[in-house]
Write a protein that binds this ligand. Structure first.
Ligand SMILES: [Zn+2]
Length: 478
């Protein structure tokens, strides 16, 4: 109430303020309020990019700066925060620390914050890419900056209106796992035969079809100030990333290009805090970008820029048709579930130790040594992991937060089973627990299923996560 009066006093003639009755102010206070903010989280030269299996090495330059972007919504009863970060992925303990800081400073409960990573691969993977104390120093500053993004978004809360829509972006996406004929796939890194997935697109005659459908829907949540000025747009698209980077250069990938183009198109000058564009990753563990829309060969970063721009242009067209609401209920629930970890058995460990003891030997697969190292690493893991699942309701829109690199089938199943008229999911939410293939995709194999720090949850994890996400959405709806 105090901050609202301060805002009024700044921008409205004093005589008009005196004319406002208490009832009018109260009526406005019961409607939706929203605030958004972004904080630069670009790491300095030398901090490790990505890491583990892809080993991208240290930052040598910046193509485009990366941000932590936050949106806070409040319906008068419930306040929630959604924070989208231009990072490859972030382990749960780091997000938990951010939430604790925000909660202590603002009173916002930790179970009212959804934090996620976009999965740009031209950014740090926290902390899996750790290689030095400099990385630790960056991670500590990152925690503070992500907290600042949410705290500032909360401070920016102001009367708002909201709407949502979507457009078809299917031509930008393709399943990157291909189903191949039985017997046509070579031994996996562990020397096991029988897999049916080829992970790199090609003209192989043995490829039958893509192994899964894509999710073509780009969802958009648009928030305006009460006067109709754009406040924030939160998009959601199921494309892993665009790539086409120069080694060592930081980039927010198409997620950042989208946010920048939207800000260019929608930002207004005036009394409000700056507009914030955000694009979250949907469920894209198995779906990559189609870069050759026009058969052109794009130089580094060019397709990132072009697709971000095209997504922003299509978003603006959708925005022009939306009908905004002032009174929408906002609710949020979360639930923790405990899942088993696929730790190596004695035979796998013996295989790994033999390979690592004789590193010069010829192996059945070029990645056998990497997966031997991963087996030893996984042996140190606990038997189970607790993961956090969340659902948010904004009127008749549902949002599910899932902590893995989730496959598209899971996102499509959540959309189909959700009781809300519009639903989207955010992967890598509140943690990063590796790839989440469905049991069917586990049976087909491929690198996303091979046990490593990049894929370690039990085979049934997807079933349990999907069912829990749907239960949470139904709980909010009923
Ligand atoms: Zn990835």
């Amino acid at each position: 109430m105090v901050s609202r009066f301060c805002a009024l006093l700044l921008f409205v003639p004093a005589t008009l303020v005196l004319c406002l009755s208490v009832t009018e102010v109260h009526a406005e206070e019961t409607g939706l309020r929203a605030g958004a903010a972004q904080v630069d989280i670009t790491p300095p030269t030398g901090v490790s990019l990505d890491g583990v299996i892809s080993k991208n090495g240290p930052v040598t330059g910046v193509h485009d700066r990366i941000y932590s972007r936050a949106l806070v919504l409040d319906d008068g009863n419930t306040r929630v925060a959604i924070c989208v970060n231009d990072l490859c992925m972030v382990e749960r303990s780091y997000f938990d620390r951010v939430k604790k800081i925000v909660s202590e400073k603002t009173g916002l409960p930790v179970n009212r914050m959804l934090m996620t990573s976009t999965h740009t691969h031209a950014a740090p993977r926290v902390p899996y890419g750790r290689a030095s104390e400099q990385d630790d120093a960056y991670y500590e500053s990152l925690i503070q900056k992500m907290a600042t993004a949410i705290i500032t978004a909360e401070q920016n809360l102001a009367p708002a209106q909201i709407a949502w829509g979507s457009f078809d972006a299917g031509r930008y996406a393709a399943c990157r796992r291909f189903l191949a004929e039985k017997g046509s796939v070579s031994l996996n890194p562990f020397g096991v035969a029988g897999e049916q997935i080829k992970s790199v697109a090609g003209r192989s005659k043995q490829i039958i079809q893509p192994a899964a459908p894509i999710d073509p829907q780009c969802s958009i949540l648009s928030v305006q100030h009460a006067d109709g000025t754009p406040l924030a747009v939160l998009g959601n698209m199921s494309i892993h990333y665009c790539g086409g980077y120069r080694k060592g250069e930081i980039s927010a990938d198409y997620f950042g290009a989208y946010a920048n183009y939207l800000a260019e198109k929608l930002a207004s000058t005036g009394s409000h805090p700056p507009f914030v564009g955000m694009l979250s990753n949907g469920t894209s563990g198995n779906v990559g970008a189609v870069m050759k829309q026009d058969k052109k060969k794009y130089p580094p970063f060019a397709w990132i820029d072009e697709s971000g721009k095209q997504f922003a242009e299509q978003t603006v067209k959708v925005l022009q048709k939306l009908k905004y609401q002032r009174n929408v209920p906002v609710e949020m629930v979360e639930r923790e579930i405990e899942l088993e970890i696929r730790k190596p058995d004695a035979e796998r460990l013996a295989w790994a130790r033999e390979i690592l003891a004789n590193p010069k030997q010829k192996t059945v697969h070029p990645w056998s040594k990497i997966y031997a190292t991963e087996a030893v690493e996984l042996d140190q893991y606990p038997a189970t992991e607790k993961i956090k699942l969340q659902a948010i309701r904004i009127g008749d829109l549902g949002i599910a937060g899932l902590p893995c690199e989730t496959f598209t089938e899971t996102g499509l199943a959540i959309k189909a089973g959700s009781p809300f008229s519009a639903t989207f999911s955010m992967e890598l939410a509140n943690g990063s627990s590796g790839y989440l293939p469905t049991p069917k995709q586990h049976a087909l194999g491929g690198y996303e299923t091979w046990p490593a720090r990049s894929s370690y949850l039990e085979i049934d994890a997807e079933t349990k996560i999907r069912q829990t996400a749907l239960e949470l959405l139904r709980q909010l709806h009923d």
